[in-house]
Design a protein around this ligand. Sequence first.
Ligand SMILES: Cc1ncc(C[n+]2csc(CCOP(=O)(O)OP(=O)(O)O)c2C)c(N)n1
Ligand code: SF4
Ligand SMILES: [Mg+2]
Length: 186
Amino acid sequence: MSAQQIDAQWLPQEGETLVFDVNPVLNERQTHYCPGCHHGIAHRLVSEVLHELGVAERTILVAAVGCATFTYDYFNVDGLEAPHGRACAVATGVRRARPESVVFTYQGDGDMAAIGMAESLHAANRGEKITSIFINNTVYGMTGGQMAPTTLLGQKTTTTRQGRDMHNEGGPIRMAEIMAQLDVVA
Ligand SMILES: Cc1ncc(C[n+]2csc(CCOP(=O)(O)OP(=O)(O)O)c2C)c(N)n1
Ligand code: SF4
Ligand SMILES: [Mg+2]
């Protein structure tokens, strides 16, 4: 059976209503994420929103470093990669140079709240017209589960074997709450 014939058999037949269709903003490819990883779910939700809003054609994705470093392979939009932690700074430049674009970053907690804390917070404080998708899994997933700024108290990671201790590693940084109290953040 040809690819076209296979596709055709999924089209609604007479009397049937299509209730779920393939999302063209999400590329069809084998996932590199672990089974059950939240990144795949987040990719799907974000791509569905872009599709629903009809803005995919003018969207530019700024990918970060971490397990989702290949985000641009999954999204059918223009995109580029920023060095570790610098996604908001790169996105600032992209959005200012192309104000007609919808620009979004996709960053893990290590990327956004550790090495990229300054870039993220200052971009938010400037009210840059970008959207940041913050994927907080409370560890550095890609590099083997080390403690991240958002690691919960008592949480065991490869660098906090006995669990995160407030007096040794400080408490979890509440990134969204910190940003929410800035004047120009939406
Ligand atoms: C300058 C620099 N320092 C360290 C690294 C190593 N590194 C790659 S991914 C990563 C942590 C990523 O964690 P997070 O952003 O939470 O993403 P996750 O994998 O958990 O989704 C680190 C430390 C790097 N690539 N570049
Ligand atoms: S290590 Fe964690 S964040 Fe990375 S792919 Fe596996 S489940 Fe997802
Ligand atoms: Mg993480």
